[in-house]
Design a protein around this ligand. Sequence first.
Ligand code: AMP
Length: 398
Amino acid sequence: MKILVINCGSSSLKYQLIDTDGEQVMAKGLVERIGIEGSLITHQTDGQKIQKETDIPDHKVGIKLVVDALLSPEHGALTSLDEIKAVGHRVVHGGEKFANSVIINDEVMATLHECAGLAPLHNPANIIGIEACQSLLPDVPQVAVFDTAFHQTMPPKAYIYGLPYEYYEKYGVRRYGFHGTSHKYVSLRAAKMLKKPLNELKVVTCHLGNGSSITAVKGGQSMDTSLGLGTISGTIMGTRSGDVDPAVIPYLMEQADLSASEINDILYKKSGLLGISGVSSDARDVEAAANEGNKRAKLALDILCYLTRKYIGAYAAAMGGLDAVVFTAGIGENSTTIRAQICQGLEFLGAKMDAEKNNTRGKEVDVATTDSTVRILVIPTNEELMIAQDTAELVARG
Ligand code: AMP
């Protein structure tokens, strides 16, 4: 089934046309700088890549360009729009309302608007993308696939914070978790690699990229995850702080005379690898600086690895055992040194890394030694394929 996958940001839009039958990407691309000067579309199909700078005042114009590119006789992938059986949209926050992907109707749209306050930077853009597709492809079913949905299986003891309960009831303050599509995809792949049923496995999935989260997946269900109400907690990220004692926030606000939005900016945009190293938010740059002797760059990497290892240990304890650790996303798939440093000291749990096997990038590989009782897996994530598969399954069910 041919599915168009849309991941809409506030000024950009990524797309992939996926044939779920052969798990084949027929075309993909990116619309950038929507509503800003210098807007452009980059479209790729069959090894061809074209780039066109053109005026793209809003998302509807952007999606029209995507549709035109897909239908183009020279570099398109479709002869008729009727071939698209559904559009799958990545939606960041589904609150507590969505534990699974859904076919979008008026009621779902109303609920998405209600959830927008929980992800003010992301959900409004996702909604704009859905509305643009609805108006350009009115007869094609639209499906919402949520970053939060996979984590809706967490028990209350994992998602309720130690705050007065009324804040959960009144304002929905709780742990939601993110990157759910990625954690779900890699845990399904892990079961395939291990040739075991997922419902019998205890897996810690480490999605380590510019944004990072670590999840305890027991029997195929998320039972705890390191991101929370927002996307700051857990291990440190490119520019986000990871866990900090909440007491730091009012203290810093008073000491440095910061407003709520200024402290938010610091926690989201000026912390993590960038804030500690002072070099870059990009792990490659920080690794290069550390190799040249930059002490703060080394410290930033030490903290990333230490916190990640702590979460793996904590989640093994939470699940009462561990069958596999999975590494995915930009850092998890590619950085041999960060993976190795995270696993140093996990031998007591039965997780032993084979240094030679670990010398791999961007491929599905088991990098544990043969006698390791816990498998260590590198699995490239594929959120778009997961969105397309969820969408195709829902539409086929009708
Ligand atoms: P993502 O958000 O999943 O695209 O991941 C982005 C992060 O992955 C950035 O911090 C990159 O520096 C990191 N990354 C990508 N390739 C490598 C690599 N070969 N070695 C180390 N880090 C990498």
